[in-house]
Design a protein around this ligand. Structure first.
Ligand code: TRP
Length: 320
């Protein structure tokens, strides 16, 4: 099957290791095989906060993160929501395909509301999954590499595609999620690794910053290190982090540490992460901000061309 790959991130801060193992690794593996779009979801930033914050800075960092991990802009189209009016316009017909009950049911939205710092939940919080369907469908994306938390949004995109096709004629392929085959990486406090929860290791962290973050990680007082995801989730998570960086099983690492306790565990994790991030740090230094912005301009141009074609098809199917 000839796939079109689409995936994206909110520009709320630098990308971290959770992103790397959750989806960047997939992007790298796929970039030579299929046409791929990588979205900078700037309009999605204002779902759980009132102001977009340092959005330009975050976008620059996001671009540099992608170049640093080895994404090739000759093969991948990187673009942003706000540069593609025709993508955004798909939101209107798409919203008409979904019920309010379906919008309310989304477990990822519920979780985000629970962690939001806002006084009141805004309308975009409930409707952005439909906008995300437009992200995926504007380029007729068929394969969406994401973390597990995005599956409800993928279901929304599938629903929108099927309903549009039923009502107005076959235009959209029904997209599929592609989950990272690796275990979901938790944050340094045992919860989900998330830039807004302050428990993540950014890809651009220096060696010292990395060491400091891991030093602060939550563990327990048991000296014998064991890999027990249920009973000792914080320790297990640190072992998973080291395991992903080193490509070695968690139990083997735990056995090696033995009675070394949290201090030895943290030393091992710090070395593993720093070794893993070494080549990424080196590649980041090879790219300038001006280069990153030129990559985005070109990506916006290509994505917009695609969106114009799809919106024309949609209008025609709807007899507008
Ligand atoms: N919701 C995703 C996140 O918070 C970002 C995103 C926006 C996305 N549009 C997308 C991911 C389309 C995959 C496909 O990380």
């Amino acid at each position: 099957m000839d796939h079109v790959v689409l995936t994206g991130d909110r520009p709320t801060g630098p990308l971290h290791l959770g992103h790397y193992f959750g989806s960047l690794a997939n992007r790298l593996a796929l970039q030579g095989t299929y046409p791929m779009y990588v979205l900078i979801a700037d309009y999605q930033v204002i779902t759980d906060r009132d102001l977009p914050g340092e959005i330009q800075r975050n976008i620059t960092e996001l671009l540099l993160d992608h170049l640093a991990v080895g994404l090739d802009p000759a093969r991948v189209t990187i673009f942003r929501h706000s540069a593609i009016p025709e993508l955004n316009q798909l939101l209107l017909p798409f919203l008409s395909l979904v019920s309010v009950a379906e919008l309310r049911r989304n477990p990822t939205v519920k979780d985000e509301i629970a962690h939001s710092s806002q006084q009141a939940v805004n309308g975009l919080m409930f409707t952005y999954p439909v906008h995300q369907a437009a992200d995926i469908l504007f380029c007729k994306g068929t394969l969406v590499p994401v973390g597990k938390d995005q599956l409800p949004h993928l279901e929304m995109a599938r629903l929108v595609a099927r309903r549009f096709n039923e009502r107005y004629g076959e235009i959209f392929p029904v997209p599929e999620a592609m989950l990272g085959e690796r275990p979901l990486l938790g944050g340094l406090d045992g919860g989900k690794m998330s830039k807004s929860r302050g428990n993540a290791i950014p890809l651009r962290a220096t060696e010292d910053e990395t060491a400091a973050l891991i030093r602060r990680a939550r563990t327990d007082s048991e000296r014998l290190i064991t890999f027990d995801e249920e009973g000792r989730p914080e320790v297990a998570n640190l072992l998973t982090l080291a395991s992903l960086c080193l490509g070695r099983p968690q139990r083997e690492l735990a056995d090696e540490i033995g009675y070394g306790g949290a201090a030895a565990l943290k030393r091992l994790v710090t070395d593993a992460v720093n070794e893993f991030l070494g080549p990424i740090r080196a590649r980041r230094r090879e790219h300038t901000e001006a280069e990153a912005h030129a990559v985005l301009e070109e990506g916006n141009r290509r994505a917009r061309e695609r969106a114009i074609t799809t919106l024309d098809e949609v209008r025609e199917a709807m007899r507008f």
